[in-house]
Design a protein around this ligand. Structure first.
Ligand code: URA
Length: 246
């Protein structure tokens, strides 16, 4: 990508006042306009009544009824996805991970960065930063993802060696080398560096094993916090998520 000139950087940070307010608060765009007209909004200490005034969203101090509106360019969350919930933004029939977020986040076009099957549980990242999502999910990046998998039969040495050598799925797709560590006779820790459709279920399927539970515990270097209950989420610092593998 071409380097941005300082002039371009400055231009990119400019945003209309009413848009800034509706992006960063629970107010709709028309409620934000009304708030400005009514003199409830100040920019850098001065009451303003121009809804189309351009402000620098990184630097301006905007208050609504005297309370500062904190500016978050992007939001980064991890959720403990419950069973039965889709890794999607919206769906006609089923609840999605985005439906579990409060309205203030739903307004921001947050989406899941990566997928877990409807019946899988555990760590899922949610953000409105497309570039960050691409770094997490892009096929070239090979970020480790670790899962605890319950099976309907015994995990044999053949399975563990097969995962290490790279499984060939029934449709001929070749999987990269993966870790399959036995926790007990029917429970494994599986570590993948790619994300094909239903990958773990199909990998075990090659050995005649069915997956009865699948829980993601880690993405990159970051574990799902143990106190995050099913359906709960928390904010993360995206810088803390080291993308390269351990
Ligand atoms: N592999 C699967 O089969 N399902 C998931 O949800 C994740 C990985």
């Amino acid at each position: 990508m071409a380097e941005r000139t300082p002039w371009q950087v400055k231009t990119l940070a400019q945003i209309r006042l009413d848009k800034f307010i509706s992006n960063q608060t629970l107010l709709t765009r028309s409620e934000a306009r009304k708030a400005v007209y009514c003199g409830r909004v100040a920019v850098n200490g001065e009451i303003v009544r121009l809804i189309d005034m351009k402000i620098d969203e990184n630097a301006a101090k905007v208050t609504l009824d005297g309370e500062e509106i904190s500016f978050e360019k992007y939001v980064y969350l991890i959720m403990n996805k419950p069973k039965g919930v889709l890794s999607a933004t919206d769906d006609k029939r089923d609840k999605t991970v985005v439906d579990l977020l409060p309205e203030s986040y739903q307004k921001r076009n947050i989406f899941p960065a990566g997928r877990l099957d409807k019946d899988s549980t555990g760590m899922i990242l949610l953000t409105d930063d497309g570039e960050f999502a691409h770094r997490i999910t892009g096929p070239k990046h090979h970020i480790e993802k670790s899962y605890i998998v319950g099976l309907d039969g015994e995990i044999t040495d053949e399975v563990m060696v097969g995962f290490k050598n790279g499984v060939t799925l029934y449709d001929g797709q070749e999987c990269l080398s993966a870790v399959c560590e036995k926790i007990n006779s029917t429970t494994a820790r599986v570590i993948l560096t790619e994300g094909k459709y239903h990958q773990i279920k199909r990998m075990f399927g090659v050995y005649g094993l069915g997956v009865v539970s699948l829980h993601r515990e880690r993405i990159g270097n970051m574990f799902l916090p143990s106190d995050l209950q099913s359906g709960e989420f928390c904010k993360i610092d995206p810088e803390a998520l080291i993308i390269r593998n351990k």
